[in-house]
Design a binder for this molecule. Structure first.
Ligand code: ZN
Length: 282
């Protein structure tokens, strides 16, 4: 297996979920051993921020990365998931705002962009991280865990006290075609009372029923309903695929998430890299 980049550059426009402002995003081919790097074209000196676990500075509403001067890019997780699923190792993501556009709230528009650009194999061996022992992080009744496995697989369980969600469990094996067919179209979701609060403090300005599933206390407010009966747990798997690609290379191992989110996913990477006996890179 060799490293992979894009054949050509490809551009999309959309609004940022939190700023509500229009953002132009371009995925550009990049050389071997470059990794996934974001670049803010709208800031002085056009700073670059590598998409790595130790650059994550906020996980409350999305996964946000910053450099040492405070330049940041938020809501990177759905694009990261599409890049991971397409096996893209090297890409320079340029954008003219502080957030990756939310598009339709899923990873499908990014999967489509990558497909349009096409993939190009490069003259260097692909590196992967192989999990060697169990690593677990926990916070109250929420937890996330890696166990050794020869393939990349994900188990997730959500348990929301809400009539439209409840308990949902799903597994994904990240092999060719499973992500685009089962996971990438699953949208992000939020609760109307939370959205109202976020708006009142200047966030979620770009959020709408066009880019999220929104629920009130009893039901789903989107007129067209769900894309899958268990769209919620599918989206949580999507987030985990994206968040864990911040390892900087594909992880071969089995991930289990129980009510976990961006914060625990990042803590899991911190715990993994804190213990050099827990993985081998090859
Ligand atoms: Zn998400």
């Amino acid at each position: 297996m060799t490293q992979i980049t894009l054949k050509t550059s490809v551009t999309a426009q959309g609004v940022g979920l939190h700023t509500g402002r229009k953002v132009t995003l371009t995925l550009n081919p990049a050389p071997v051993n470059h990794g996934v790097v974001f670049q803010r074209l709208d800031l002085e000196r056009q700073p670059k921020i590598p998409a790595l676990w130790d650059k994550v500075t906020d996980t409350k509403l999305c996964t946000l990365i910053s450099n040492e001067n405070g330049a940041s890019v938020g809501t990177i997780e759905h694009l990261m998931a599409a890049l991971r699923a397409a096996n893209v190792d090297n890409v320079l993501v340029t954008l003219d705002g502080p957030e990756v556009p939310i598009m339709d709230g899923s990873a499908e528009p990014f999967h489509f962009l990558i497909t349009c650009a096409g993939l190009k194999t490069q003259q260097a061996a692909k590196k992967r991280l192989h999990v060697q022992k169990t690593i677990r992080v926990q916070e109250g009744d929420k937890w996330a865990e890696f166990t050794p496995s020869n393939i990349a697989s994900f188990d997730f369980e959500v348990d929301f006290d809400h009539p439209s969600i409840g308990q949902q469990q799903r597994n994904l094996t990240l092999l060719n075609g499973n992500f685009p067919s089962q996971i990438s179209r699953a949208r992000t979701f939020g609760f109307a009372h939370e959205v109202e609060y976020l708006r009142s403090v200047g966030l979620a300005q770009g959020g709408s029923l066009d880019n999220a599933i929104v629920l009130d206390r009893e039901k789903i407010l989107n007129e067209s309903g769900l894309r899958f009966p268990d769209e919620f747990v599918r989206h949580k798997i999507l987030d985990a695929v994206g968040d864990l690609y911040l390892a900087g290379l594909p992880i071969m191992g089995h991930y289990t998430g129980h009510k976990a989110g961006h914060a625990l996913n990042n803590q899991l990477l911190h715990a993994l890299f804190a213990d050099p006996s827990s993985y081998v890179i090859a």
